[in-house]
Ligand binder design. Structure first.
Ligand SMILES: [Zn+2]
Length: 749
């Protein structure tokens, strides 16, 4: 097998014969198609000399349950033969489909990956399965291919967690980051502290609707649950059998409300508070006193007996220092240890936990806040607030798992379609996930070697059950598996086609509930000389639409069939009007209708020059977003608004002629739970030549801002001043607030 070793290392290339793409996701390093097919009978023989019983059972089970193919295991001969080989490339495997099928593998894990690739090669034709002849070589790019599951905000039973693991295995993920404790529930039995689950495992009520909807409403019902230690062992073993390591997360010092509801003596105040029933960040965190550290070490001692993972996640994120500042014990530790402030106290806190884990032969990993106040010696960092934390850690020679919100937070919306269930906010469509690269380009080659891989996170504030969890994770997990497995991933277009041609069927075969966002038509908008140009666009094979257009509620019943190249033009109009489209896509996809609303007004399509760039997370449609006729939705779905995270924001709009400007309207978003606030002030300037600007009276911004102008000019400059920090007592306290704006309407003649 030396020959194949050479190919695997020196040629990362896909050669196709007869067919354009590998049906396998994640895409293998090499997939060479050869002419011809093998027809599979209802029963096949498998030669498995050294294959472990578990792998054999797994293969036989999958073939029988998902493909209705029975198997006969033979030690001498078989249509499918498994061979263990030596290969220096970690987790290398190959599949050779000739007259027989030979699968070679270098580790049990790679055999498991080979089985999954083999199963994806099976294609149903007429009344039986066939396999296209081919040669495949493959191995993963990153060693940490993670998927996260928050079981605190909503509890998932052991069968549901097993289901989550089963689906992870299909995509060759190898780390389950299990978020077991948080403010809203403690989910792991700790024998020394039974109240953690008796009290901390349940809450009396839960926020309903979105956190940004005020006043908050609650469902008064006791909910929760926890895993016994036996159940935890069962899950860990179940995952191990699928070559997935479970990394437990025990949150500290923040997100501790459930633990402190059970044992208030480990907080700074000692005050008894209930398990949290709403989302967010709370001041009540673990006190840094020695008794609390001992308590946490005792908890971890039991955790270590249950989880054999190299890494133990200790959280470390979002820990407000309010209570530490007011606590005599915390302040005493600061002065006795000559610490600068509460950030260094957090570092001191984490260092003790790190030392403990190190003494037990484990490694600590935590969210990037553990960098604040100095990183403890052995800590690995999970970079979530962008990639900056990961870059800093790698430069300090600490290992890093990249999971920036922008690409990795699967609790964000995947489309703005009205059928999407309520989500936390943010916008992460499939294509954005696909663009993710866990390795920051600014690192040197040596520093890059500290990037272990990446991970997608599923926080479950708005994910009440396993069906919703699958919906949020799939098909985005397939894009993430491409990012983390492929050495050189194909273009998004090829990936999308593979999804449509093969993988959607594969997901259906496994009963996966997935978001159809991929198939929803989109409205594309461009500026034109006199207004806007729009057309509708869908995925390959879904570019025929039935479009019903209504204007201002008056049904014109213009039933039109629009193709991908059909374009509609809308001109600016002094009298604004609403246009509504109702789009039913090709029936193949059984989708809900897609409505689009367009407001035609006198500023649509006007040239806007952004003097401040929006944050790349919220810059959809760029400057056109302000004048594209689409008003940002409330509740916020992420992609219509322009989002800024700086103090001063400004832009200039050109009316393209000198005119009497009557009024100016601008939409702001006030969604404090998402750290989005109204700016402090808005200043408007008018000019005829962009040299001399006249400042109009300042006004206070409100969500639907309106200002009378009655001045002649050609250009309007808008300047927004925001606070540089979120005030004390508000969500996101101490962080920079977001400013979200959308649709600017200007009346002029
Ligand atoms: Zn304290």
């Amino acid at each position: 097998m030396k020959f194949s070793l050479f190919i695997s290392i020196f040629t990362i290339v896909s050669v196709q014969f007869g067919r354009a793409q590998s049906p396998i996701i994640p895409t293998p390093v090499t997939h060479v198609f050869v002419e011809g097919k093998i027809d599979l009978a209802e029963q096949i023989t498998i030669k498995t000399v050294n294959l472990s019983e578990k792998l054999k059972d797994y293969l036989v089970g999958e073939l029988e349950n998902s493909y209705a193919i029975s198997t006969k295991v033979d030690s001498l001969d078989g249509l499918v033969e498994f061979k263990r080989i030596a290969n220096t490339q970690k987790d290398f495997y190959s599949i050779n489909v000739a007259d027989k099928i030979t699968i070679t593998y270098s580790s049990d894990a790679s055999c498991f990956y080979a089985i999954h690739s083999f199963l994806q090669l099976l294609q149903f034709e007429e009344d039986h399965y066939v396999i296209q002849k081919a040669f495949i070589q493959d191995f993963p790019n990153f060693q940490w291919r993670g998927l996260h599951l928050d079981v605190s905000r909503h509890f998932f039973g052991i069968d549901e967690v097993k289901r989550y693991i089963d689906l992870m295995a299909l995509c060759k993920f190898n780390v389950l980051h299990w978020h077991l404790t948080d403010d809203q529930g403690w989910r792991i039995e700790i024998k020394k502290y039974p109240k953690l689950t008796e009290i901390g495992g349940f809450r009396d009520s839960t926020l309903i609707g979105h956190y940004n909807d005020f006043p908050h409403k609650f469902e008064k019902k006791k909910i929760g649950g926890f895993y016994t230690q036996d159940e935890i062992k069962e899950i860990v073993q179940y995952a191990q059998d699928r070559f997935i390591t479970v990394v437990p997360e025990i949150e500290m010092p923040g997100h501790a409300r459930a633990a402190l509801a059970a044992y208030p003596e480990y907080s700074c105040t000692g005050k008894k508070l209930p398990v949290a029933s709403e989302w967010g960040v709370f001041d009540d965190i673990f006190c840094s006193k020695p008794e609390t550290i001992d308590f946490l070490k005792n908890v971890l001692e039991e955790v270590l007996t249950l989880f054999p993972s190299e890494y133990i996640h200790i959280g470390g994120d979002e820990a407000p220092k309010t209570n530490w500042k007011a606590c005599a014990k915390c302040q005493k530790i600061i002065s006795e240890n000559h610490l600068k402030d509460e950030h260094q106290l957090q570092s001191y806190f984490i260092q003790q936990i790190d030392n403990y884990l190190t003494s037990k032969g484990r490694k600590m990993i935590g969210w990037d806040e553990i960098l604040e106040g100095g990183l403890s010696t052995n800590a690995a960092v999970m970079s979530w607030r962008g990639e900056a934390g990961g870059i800093e850690a790698a430069k300090l020679n600490h290992y890093v798992v990249m999971t920036p919100t922008e690409f990795c937070y699967f609790d964000y919306y995947q489309s703005s379609h009205p059928a999407e269930p309520v989500a936390i906010g943010g916008f992460l469509p499939l294509e954005k996930v696909y663009q993710f690269n866990p390795v920051p380009q600014s690192l040197s080659n040596e520093e890059k070697s500290y990037i272990l891989g990446g991970q997608a996170n599923l926080w479950t504030e708005y994910v009440p059950d396993i069906e919703s969890a699958e919906y949020m994770v799939y098909p985005r997990a397939l894009a993430m598996s491409q990012v983390l497995w492929c050495n050189e991933k194909p273009t998004f277009e090829v990936f999308e086609k593979t999804l449509i041609d093969y993988q959607i069927g594969f997901l259906k075969k496994h009963g996966v509930i997935f978001s159809p966002a991929l198939f929803y038509p989109e409205m594309e908008i461009f500026p034109s000389t006199k207004g806007l140009k729009i057309h509708f666009k869908g995925t390959a094979g879904n570019d025929k639409f039935n479009v019903l257009q209504k204007t201002d509620g008056n049904e014109t019943n213009e039933d039109k069939i629009l193709g991908i190249s059909d374009t509609l033009i809308f001109e600016r109009s002094i009298v604004s009007k609403n246009v509504h489209f109702e789009i039913s896509p090709d029936e193949t996809y059984e989708l809900e209708h897609t409505p689009f609303d367009l407001k035609i007004h006198s500023a649509i399509g006007l040239p806007v020059k952004l003097l401040t760039e929006p944050n790349s997370k919220y810059s959809n449609h760029g400057e056109l977003a302000l004048v594209d006729g689409i008003k940002g939705h409330r509740p916020w779905k992420g992609n219509e608004w322009l989002g800024f995270d700086v103090d001063t924001i400004s832009w200039i709009v050109d009316l393209k002629k000198s005119a009497l400007i009557e009024s100016f309207d601008l939409g702001f978003l006030d969604a404090q739970g998402s750290w989005i606030y109204l700016p402090k002030s808005i200043q408007l300037y008018v000019s005829t030549d962009q040299k001399k600007w006249t400042l109009l009276p300042k006004q206070l911004p409100v969500e639907n801002f309106h200002q009378e102008i009655k001045k002649t000019g050609r250009y309007i400059k808008v300047v927004l001043i925001s606070n540089n920090k979120i005030a004390k007592g508000f969500p996101g306290e101490g962080y920079h607030p977001w400013t979200f704006v959308d649709e600017m309407e200007i009346k002029f003649k």
